[in-house]
Design a protein around this ligand. Structure first.
Ligand code: HXC
Length: 510
């Protein structure tokens, strides 16, 4: 009996060594943690339960029968983050470059099935050279199986991908279907085809970093939602994010103890809006002054900076925030900001996370590049996302709410539950100058008349009261009381029930 127990321990020790000490050292020398170390950092201490430690591949081509590693290059199982259950997989680059075989895929699919069944998030730590070349179509099939599970899990349980090494080919498409992608600066890459293929096909010479590094994907392509300095930091941030999310789409977001006053009055908000209507201010200041303990988990902070998206807590409950940022492009909506915010709104709605919208938007960005790029279709994404969302929606118009952008930003007409405005709000079809030039075109040569018309238009519309008279604004509130008013609004909406007409699924403009 003792021998058998020892044998098990020996087998386990061998599996824990992955591709061997030499490759583990190589992984460390690149500043990367091993697959097992990553799981240890991510999960609560001692909470990890492993599945399929002894699974081995079945390939016999290219001498693969002699290259078998227990676990086959991916560690899978479940554990807890601050006591709440999550399923994880962590690809082991020390085993055949973390490449995905049929059996490796089978292990990932197994925990995904369990996550869907048991209602817990899936977190994938990706570090893989893609499809295992020796296996050919069997590996490709394995990838497609994973993609299919990702699709079925979408909107059922949160899916988070951390890119922790090179991810090429199939290795990028599973993360691409998940809800959030985080990367590590200088040690993770994502591309469909690497720099060598790019050079052969297009003659472009580009480094891996330029083609698919963290900076590229967080600021240019928007494929990734955040980038961190190293493995440890990224995994700690994933813990923080998971803490904000419900475990599945049947649960409400978690409520945590909070140490901030629910009746906090923020006098500084009374003066945050500059005297000059064209001057800007940092919308982060408003978001952090409303949030419990000033804590804001920002999503896509380096992309489309003219809109902010992310999570805060109000009285301990998670709330998704979408806010125009006057510091960038005067807070205009454009193609990128519409796409960014639409995806965020849809995530919140899928997982019952209430949405707070903070508005200061002069309109959609004009220009040929926007029109040729399809701003109509992309702007419609945000309009659609807000219009279909049934979660509690609270909107505060801080300053400008002009034109179509007024409608889009969770207006009363898109089933906003509470639509507040500050006294500084300006709600109109367009700015006074533009409006005057159109409706008083015949007076354009007369500067005095034009000034009078502009003043007239400003007096009439550069305020929240015309909208309030119609009930499009429920209440004009003091800026300093915004946290209290918004928190009370969300508290009153905790039992909100609203369902859309039955459909197979909608047809959001993609
Ligand atoms: C089998 C692989 C492998 C793969 C790496 N290895 N990728 N084995 N299949 N796809 C092995 C290497 O042979 C090596 O084994 C070990 O992993 C480490 O690889 P290195 O090249 O030494 O490491 P490094 O220099 O860090 O380079 C990493 C890499 C490179 C950038 C990932 O290995 C690479 O370019 N790999 C191929 C990427 C690729 O083209 N994949 C196929 C994508 S197509 P030893 O024994 O020497 O340690 C795809 C199709 C799916 O995925 C499409 C679905 C839509």
């Amino acid at each position: 009996m003792k021998d058998i127990l020892e044998q098990l321990e020996e087998r386990r020790d061998q599996a824990r060594l992955g591709g061997g000490q030499r490759r583990i050292d190589a992984q460390h020398s690149k500043g990367k943690l091993t697959a097992r170390e990553r799981i240890e950092v991510l999960l609560d201490e001692g909470s990890f339960e492993e599945f399929d430690m002894f699974v081995a591949h079945r390939c016999v081509d290219f001498g693969m029968e002699k290259q078998k590693y227990p676990g086959d290059g991916v560690i899978t199982g479940w554990g807890t983050i601050n006591g709440r259950m999550v399923y994880v997989y962590s690809q082991d680059f020390t085993v055949l470059g973390g490449s995905l075989s049929e059996t490796h895929a089978g292990k990932i699919c197994k925990i995904m099935d369990m996550a869907i069944k048991n209602g817990a998030p899936i977190i994938g730590m990706n570090d893989s050279g893609g499809a295992r070349i020796q296996e050919g179509v069997a590996a490709l099939g394995g990838y497609a199986d994973v993609f299919q599970k990702n699709v079925l899990a979408s909107g059922v349980v949160p899916q988070i991908s951390v890119i922790m090494g090179p991810c090429a080919g199939g290795a990028v498409y599973s993360p691409a279907i998940t809800d959030f992608i985080f990367m590590i600066k200088d040690s993770s890459y994502m591309f469909v085809t690497g720099p060598d293929v790019v050079k052969t096909v297009t003659n472009e010479i580009v480094t891996a970093e330029e083609l698919g590094g963290a900076k590229t994907h967080t600021s240019k392509s928007s494929v990734a939602d955040g980038a961190y300095d190293n493995d440890m930091e990224a995994l700690f941030e994933v813990r923080r994010l998971v803490d904000l999310l419900p475990l599945n789409n049947r649960e409400k977001p978690p409520v945590r103890p909070y140490f901030d006053s629910h009746s906090r009055v923020e006098d500084s908000l009374d003066t945050i809006i500059p005297e000059n209507a064209n001057a800007s201010y940092d919308m982060h200041e408003l978001v952090t002054k409303l949030a419990d303990e000033g804590d804001f988990f920002e999503i896509q902070k380096d992309f489309a900076k003219n809109i902010l998206t992310g999570f805060v807590r109000l009285e301990g409950s998670t709330v998704g925030v979408v806010a125009n940022q006057p510091l960038v492009l005067a807070g205009c909506l454009d193609i990128n900001s519409s796409r960014k915010a639409a995806r965020f709104v849809r995530f919140c709605d899928a997982f019952e996370i209430p949405i707070l919208t903070l508005v200061d938007v002069p309109g959609f960005l004009p220009g040929t590049s926007q029109e040729y790029g399809g701003v109509i279709k992309h702007g419609a994404k945000l309009l659609f996302a807000y219009g279909e969302a049934t979660v509690p929606k609270v909107t505060v118009i801080a300053r400008k709410a002009y034109g179509g952008a007024y409608d889009v930003m969770a207006s009363k007409h898109l089933r906003g539950d509470f639509n507040y405005a500050w006294p500084t709000a300006e709600i109109a079809v367009m700015g006074a100058k533009g409006a005057t030039e159109i409706i008083h075109r015949s007076d354009l040569g007369d500067a005095e008349k034009i000034a009078a018309h502009t003043q007239d238009y400003e007096d009439r519309f550069a305020n929240p009261f015309v909208a309030a008279e119609r009930g499009f604004i429920d209440e004009v509130i003091m800026p300093r009381n915004t946290r209290i008013r918004v928190a009370r609004a969300f508290a009153s909406l905790r039992n909100k029930q609203l369902t859309n007409p039955w459909k197979k699924h909608d047809n959001i403009p993609l």
